[in-house]
Design a protein. Structure first.
Length: 440
């Protein structure tokens, strides 16, 4: 796991939520009411005991605070940076009832976790029985890391197979640099590896290793393959060299740093990934960046705080606009109007006849949802799929094939890192329970 960031990238991507210093952390921790019923804990998908870890910060026990976080969420450091806390823990904070600012839970969590990683990143000894069964995790993103760590705590051998050269999934490749940098993602992976998890990189299951071989050598298989490339737009000109899908664009500037950024950039889409790509284009030097979305501001799926931040970054929004063709130096669009609601409950956009116009640009970044790895999953015999997602028991993560479990984006269709962690841990408990019931 090697990564050498370019110095200018680090300078351009200053963090939007910088760390707290000791004085600020103590002051913020002492604002907490330490609620006994803790709605913030209930709002966290991994159910971190928020009052407990904040109380430990207030009393100067930073290692104890980090251990309380890690007990619930092995990726507590990355989640402290990337979680949409406005709609999760901080959104549930009781301070809202008193018209006060919510406790800065995420920054306090980062404060404790940064201390942990700066001081050895070692868990206290917790001997577990050594099990003979091994589990294979396909994919090295947050769901697989959480699953592997939980299984190792229970004495199971775990091997993570990853097709890319770096682990971490979207934490390493797909989350905007100003939220989470690759070295911060990779240090968490190294921590999981220190628990005894084995990694194999550059291995594509179904090509380099057959699923049948994994079934012969492993007691259970955890699917955490994530999602595939951005869905095609289906319009003329989308295969030109200046059209780069959003995830490839973000992954490149975070790791390879080889794709030149245009001066005038058009990002197609209205989700959080589209906003990350638009913000990145500005920070990389684009003079004009437009976000093109076919519905109105109200229907935009991106979180409100992400939208407001993008406006501060300088992104320009073109709502009720639909691309119809990509030219060498422009994006051809048509104006839209909203009609009746579709199956999702949102009003369906309809083109306005004769309203075509051009947006001048020299780079187009589509961000309109990701494809699924259907070909790979179809090889897993008996694993049921629905709308491209793996169907699982929500309590255990078990698929319709009793030896296969799944979690993360290939199950939920693309949610937050913290959701993937919760699903990975849940599946690990399901796997352990099933194996123990089989072998005693």
């Amino acid at each position: 796991m090697t990564y050498q960031p370019r110095e200018d990238i680090a300078q351009r991507f200053a963090e939007i939520h910088p760390p707290l210093d000791t004085q600020a952390a103590l002051a913020e921790a002492n604002r907490c009411l330490y609620c006994f019923d803790a709605p913030c804990t209930a709002a966290c998908p991994t159910h971190i005991d928020v009052p407990r870890f904040i109380k430990k910060i207030a009393t100067g026990n930073l290692r104890g605070s980090a251990l309380a976080i890690l007990n619930a969420n092995i990726l507590g450091a990355s989640c402290s940076r990337v979680c949409p806390v406005d709609v999760l823990c901080e959104g549930a904070c009781v301070m809202h009832r008193y018209n006060k600012q919510p406790i800065e839970i995420a920054r306090l969590q980062r404060y404790a976790m940064d201390h942990f990683y700066s001081n050895g990143a070692v868990l206290p000894p917790a001997p577990a029985p050594q099990r003979t069964a091994r589990i294979a995790c396909i994919g090295a993103g947050p769901a697989a890391l959480a699953c592997a760590a939980e299984l190792r705590k229970r004495g199971y051998g775990v091997t993570i197979f990853e097709s890319r050269l770096l682990p971490g999934g979207l934490n390493t490749y797909g989350v905007a640099e100003y939220k989470l940098r690759p070295p911060d993602s990779l240090r968490e992976v190294a921590f999981v590896e220190s628990l005894g998890v084995e990694f194999r990189f550059g291995v594509t299951i179904g090509t380099d290793i057959a699923l049948e071989e994994l079934e012969r050598t492993h007691g259970a298989i955890f699917l955490a393959v994530g999602l595939g490339p951005t869905e095609p737009l289906g319009i003329p000109g989308e295969n030109q060299s200046h059209v780069v899908d959003a995830l490839r664009f973000i992954a490149d500037y975070k790791t390879a740093q080889s794709i030149p950024v245009g001066q005038k950039v058009a990002v197609i889409g209205g989700g959080n990934t589209a906003i990350d790509a638009a913000n990145a284009a500005i920070r990389l030097g684009a003079s004009e960046v437009y976000m093109i979305y076919r519905r109105s501001e109200r229907e935009m799926p991106a979180f409100r705080f992400e939208y407001e931040n993008a406006k501060l970054e300088g992104v320009r929004f073109r709502f009720l606009t639909q691309p119809v063709a990509i030219h060498s130096n422009a994006l051809e669009c048509v104006r839209m109007e909203l009609g009746a609601a579709d199956a999702s409950g949102r009003r369906k956009p309809q083109p306005v006849a004769g309203s075509n116009f051009l947006i001048e640009c020299d780079m187009v970044i589509p961000a309109v949802g990701q494809s699924r790895f259907l070909d790979f999953l179809s090889e897993a015999r008996g694993v049921e799929l629905s709308d491209g997602n793996v169907v699982v028991d929500p309590e255990t993560g078990r698929t319709s094939n009793p030896r296969y479990y799944a979690g993360g984006d290939c199950v939920n269709g693309g949610r937050e890192v913290v959701d993937a962690v919760a699903e990975g841990k849940r599946a690990a408990l399901g796997i352990a329970h099933w194996l123990e019931s089989q072998h005693g």
